[in-house]
Design a protein around this ligand. Structure first.
Ligand code: GLY
Length: 504
């Protein structure tokens, strides 16, 4: 399998070049609300080469998820490739956006592999980053393909995230690892509300919407300063009273030289993105106003090249490192903010940022750095590196920009799909129940196989309407053991194992 893939690579390069130049130049006639434009064709083709190089660097192993590059080598840091990292969904997500931009099936294939590997990441219960991990991967997969299994993964991840919600505080606890704090909530947590809002919209489960709305209000009340800037962390007591407002990212107030007043630029970008997205789901003007305040503050503080230092007020010159990821996130956010305010300032600001990010200073096309963008940073004093999240939000912003510019995206065929859940009870005696759902009315067939895949009999064959269904499987007369049951519909098949215990 692996050697086949590596062998295929030269052909992939050719496919990309031919595809992008004909598809994109023909259609990308800028038609947006400003005369400014970006070299989108160049950005897309060079970004594809970067993604392809990353696949090779990872040896096409979908259990490796790039987080950030090593400062010395420029290659993806091999200590941060685990699916447990908060960044694990971004590489898959960037490939989904590339699939959307180019329609090239190769991106769909790889995006799917990297996404499916994150199934286990949906069960991580020790932080709020389920949203980043699962919504950038499975969320984009479902947005593009509407596959039923991806839908169920979004709902499952939302359910896991909702366990971190504390009704006394009305918020989701961000981290368990900060043992000296009672209930830390970080500004980034706003981003992960998208998983809850979307899962609620898809499933009708209002409880998730209410949790996300309550968290958004708590964050609005306590993270936002009067001037539109933001705190990184607010720690709460068990009644929801803030115990402390402080930062560990940006200019940490405990570090020599840092003042009490500091603004972590990426945190500020999370606030613009988060509150704009929350307004999209709630329609509540207070969130739109918060997004506007946060965006205006961000733009007021930006230096001439539209890329901020890691903290806007970092006093120590040697750690006043640029963070391109903050600008990438802010540009994507402001493109959405433009669509809801109609204020061209946000569109122009986003395009100016994207212009700077796609210049040789930040766009790493011609050097040995593995990421698409360079000059981001993770932590204070870490120096400049590439990050998978700068890449993700940069390419997302490009998609949003092209969308506003009248670009005709390649048509993507949705997957006619269905979902087959685990039988219950399991193990069972004689009879058990299976649950499945269908996107469309169709003929379904349930077959029974032994553990070696030998067909035993067909248990059901009937027409079913779209939606959720249960069926009883009666396997009386078979000896104890593990069996396979499969659901076939529209030429696709899903199979699961079940255990029969028939005592004499
Ligand atoms: N969400 C973690 C960070 O922005 O560094």
């Amino acid at each position: 399998m692996r050697s086949f893939r590596i062998f295929r690579i030269p052909c992939l390069y050719l496919t990309f070049f031919f595809f992008t130049s004909s598809q994109i130049s023909a259609q990308n006639k800028f038609n947006g609300p400003s005369s400014s434009s970006l070299e989108t064709e160049r950005i897309i083709s060079q970004s594809q080469i970067k993604l392809l190089n990353t696949l090779q660097e990872l040896n096409f192993n979908p259990s490796l998820h790039p987080g950030h590059t090593d400062r010395l080598t420029g290659k993806w840091d091999t200590d941060f490739l685990r699916r447990e990292e908060w960044t694990s969904g971004f590489f898959a997500g960037t490939m989904w956006y590339m699939f959307q931009l180019t329609g090239n099936q190769v991106w769909k294939e790889y995006a799917l592999e990297w996404t499916l590997d994150l199934e286990r990441a949906a069960n991580i219960r020790s932080d709020h980053d389920t949203g980043f991990r699962i919504y950038s991967s499975y969320g984009n997969a479902y947005r593009l393909l509407e596959n039923r299994e991806h839908y169920h993964m979004i709902l499952h991840a939302a359910s896991v995230l909702s366990e971190r919600y504390d009704p006394r505080i009305g918020a989701i606890k961000s981290w368990d690892w900060m043992k000296d704090r009672n209930f830390p909530v970080i500004i980034d947590n706003l981003m992960n509300l998208e998983l809850l809002f979307e899962a609620s919209r898809l499933s009708g489960k209002k409880e998730w919407y209410d949790m996300a709305l309550s968290h958004a209000d708590v964050s609005l009340r306590h993270h936002m300063r009067a001037d539109g800037s933001t705190y990184h962390i607010v720690d709460f007591d068990n009644q929801g009273k803030p115990l402390d407002k402080f930062t560990t990212q940006g200019c940490d107030r405990n570090s020599p030289g840092c003042r009490d007043f500091h603004v972590w630029s990426r945190g500020q970008a999370w606030a613009i993105y988060g509150f704009t997205m929350i307004y999209r789901y709630t329609g509540e003007n207070r969130f739109l106003n918060a997004a506007i305040d946060a965006a205006n503050y961000f733009m007021d503080q930006l230096p001439d090249d539209f890329v901020p230092p890691y903290d806007f007020f970092e006093p120590v010159p040697s750690v006043r490192t640029k963070d391109a990821s903050a600008s990438a996130i802010a540009s994507s956010a402001m493109l959405e903010l433009y669509t809801v305010t109609d204020n061209t300032f946000y569109f122009e600001s986003a395009v100016n940022i994207l212009g700077s990010l796609s210049s040789p200073v930040y766009f790493s096309s011609a050097n040995g750095i593995s990421s698409i963008l360079q000059k981001s940073t993770r932590h204070r004093g870490q120096g400049n590196i590439g990050t998978s999240y700068a890449d993700y939000y940069f390419i997302e912003a490009l998609v949003r920009y092209l969308n506003l510019s009248g670009f005709v995206f390649p048509e993507i065929t949705k997957e006619v799909s269905f979902f087959l859940d685990q039988n219950y009870p399991n193990p069972f005696r004689n009879s058990t129940t299976i649950y499945f759902s269908l996107d469309h009315e169709s003929w379904i067939k349930i077959d029974l196989f032994d553990i070696n895949g030998r067909w035993i009999k067909t248990l059901h064959h009937e027409n079913r309407k779209s939606g959720s269904h249960t069926l009883s499987l009666n396997v009386t007369g078979l000896s104890s053991g593990v069996y396979l049951y499969s659901l076939s519909s529209n030429g696709q098949r899903r199979t699961r194992k079940m255990t029969l215990i028939n005592q004499p």
